[in-house]
Design a protein around this ligand. Structure first.
Ligand code: NAP
Length: 439
């Protein structure tokens, strides 16, 4: 067990452990939390109020989270000193206590410091960024059918252009790289270029897609789509797709059918005319497509640019979506925008065992300390955390209470400005309304 410098481990709680590869959660688990910078100061107390309220109500006081404060960002500098944005205490605590939650963190500007979020993901090998996107009835949306949106995005979290391998235009390093590309590899690059590297590995891809397929199997999801730009970047994004199919067929054969196989199965003997079976995959009318008539998960792929228009026009054809890092970043925000924006989008960074749950938006510094912003994103990330711990009764209680609060048109400023006849409440007021709606 790690020795902590400034973290106080609560005496009232017990550690979550891993037994036979699965989480073993005691009734009073110690869960580290990072309050977060900027609006974190408003979001965290609201979130804690809602999560504690749900656990108390769902289990009649038998279960209780022992929260353990850990530090990152500006708060860490206050406690640990100059430039200590991400102390070792913090990464050690997350690793040791396995499940943790965080508010948004400022990316320090200058001084060669990388994004704290990216650092946390890479240091802890939290290779899957999981972002469920669904619509809550009553939330204003630019989409015609926001109710068709119920996707879970699995974004690769540790490589791609986020690996931080890049050289500034004009530097000595970039000259060497360009020289290598031109003279050793025989490719052309403009001499006044900056250069970035985009590594995508079998390891990074398969560990992500395994997580997504495990999730799809466990949750009874209908399809898993690989999003890629493999028509242009054959050996990175194209390979991502190929390795995805390879893994799906090798390790999940009994659970999946590829789209191409399904088309073959549903093709008439002439090999040209598709047979439309009742309830078959091709039926797109209303709600989710029925999926494979034999109940298998359909594995398919889509080119990145086409999926951006398809999630808008054929929303109900998408369920679980796997993406390389940069594509996933774009797609998750675009999908969130269709169902009410970032204030409602939950997220988690997951590794083999460790899970770090987080709000998907940033620190919105202009609103910090004003008790104004929507705590929905962090609260819904907390719901993911409760579900991940197997405390689904509490998770579902929060979700239902949010549904009721929004249906009552009690909302924070961001939704209020888009809704007719709604009541505007503060960040803390919204949390109290959610707790009041728990049954
Ligand atoms: P941002 O903090 O996400 O804020 C952009 C806008 O989004 C806000 O002005 C606000 O829109 C809206 N918004 C964000 N959170 C909201 C909430 N909880 N409720 C309602 N509306 C919300 O993005 P940014 O200003 O580009 O970034 C600020 C800092 O955050 C940067 O240092 C960035 O690096 C960091 N960041 C951190 C994370 C993370 O920790 N995961 C993620 C992204 C960015 P309106 O102005 O329209 O009201």
């Amino acid at each position: 067990m790690a020795e902590f410098d400034k973290v106080i481990v609560p005496e009232s709680g017990q550690r979550i452990t891993i037994v036979d590869g699965k989480l073993n959660v005691p009734n009073n688990p110690i869960i580290p939390f990072i309050r977060g910078d900027g609006i974190g100061i408003d979001l965290w107390p609201a979130t804690q109020l809602v999560l504690d309220g749900a656990v108390e109500k769902a289990y009649g006081g038998e279960r209780k989270i022992a929260w353990m404060k850990i530090y990152a960002g500006d708060e860490a500098v206050e406690h640990y000193g100059d430039m200590q944005y991400l102390p070792e205490d913090t990464t050690n605590a997350i690793e040791e206590f396995i499940v943790a939650i965080k508010g948004p963190l400022t990316t320090p500007v200058g001084g060669g410091i990388r994004s704290l979020n990216v650092s946390l993901r890479q240091i802890l090998n939290l290779y899957a960024c999981v972002r469920p996107v669904r619509w809550f009835e009553g939330v204003p949306s630019p989409s015609v059918h926001p109710e068709w949106m119920d996707i879970v995005i699995f974004r690769e979290n540790t490589e791609d252009v986020y690996s931080g391998i890049e050289w500034e235009q004009g530097s000595e390093e970039v000259k060497k790289v360009i020289d290598f590309i031109q003279n050793t590899m025989g490719k052309k690059v403009r001499l006044d270029s900056g250069i970035g590297v985009k590594p995508i590995s079998i390891t990074g891809t398969k560990q992500l897609i395994r997580k997504a397929l495990d999730f799809a199997v466990a949750e009874g999801r209908k399809s898993v789509t690989f999003m890629h730009k493999g028509n242009i970047m054959k050996f990175t994004e194209g390979a991502f797709k190929d390795w995805g199919y390879e893994l799906a067929v090798e390790e999940y054969r009994e659970h999946i059918i590829t789209e191409a196989e399904l088309w073959d199965e549903t093709m008439a003997e002439d090999g040209v005319t598709p047979i439309t079976k009742p309830g078959a995959y091709a039926d797109l009318r209303g709600g989710k497509p029925a999926g494979d008539p034999n109940g298998r998960i359909i594995v398919k792929d889509r080119i990145a640019d086409s999926i951006f228009q398809q999630i808008q026009t054929r929303t109900n054809e998408y369920d679980v979506v796997c993406c390389p890092n940069l594509n996933g970043d774009y797609l998750s925000d675009a999908a969130a925008a269709m169902v009410g924006g970032l204030g409602m989008a939950a997220g988690a960074n997951i590794g083999d065992h460790v899970g770090l749950f987080e709000a998907t938006h940033g620190t919105a510094p202009k609103y910090a300390g004003k008790d104004k912003v929507n705590p929905g994103s962090l609260i819904l990330s907390g719901v993911m955390m409760l579900n991940h711990m197997g405390w689904r009764e509490a998770g579902s209680m929060v979700e239902k209470a949010i549904e009721k609060t929004i249906a009552d048109k009690v909302v924070t400023y961001d939704l209020h400005r888009q809704m007719e006849g709604a009541t505007k409440v503060s960040c803390s007021g919204y949390a109290e309304a959610i707790v009041g709606n728990m049954k």
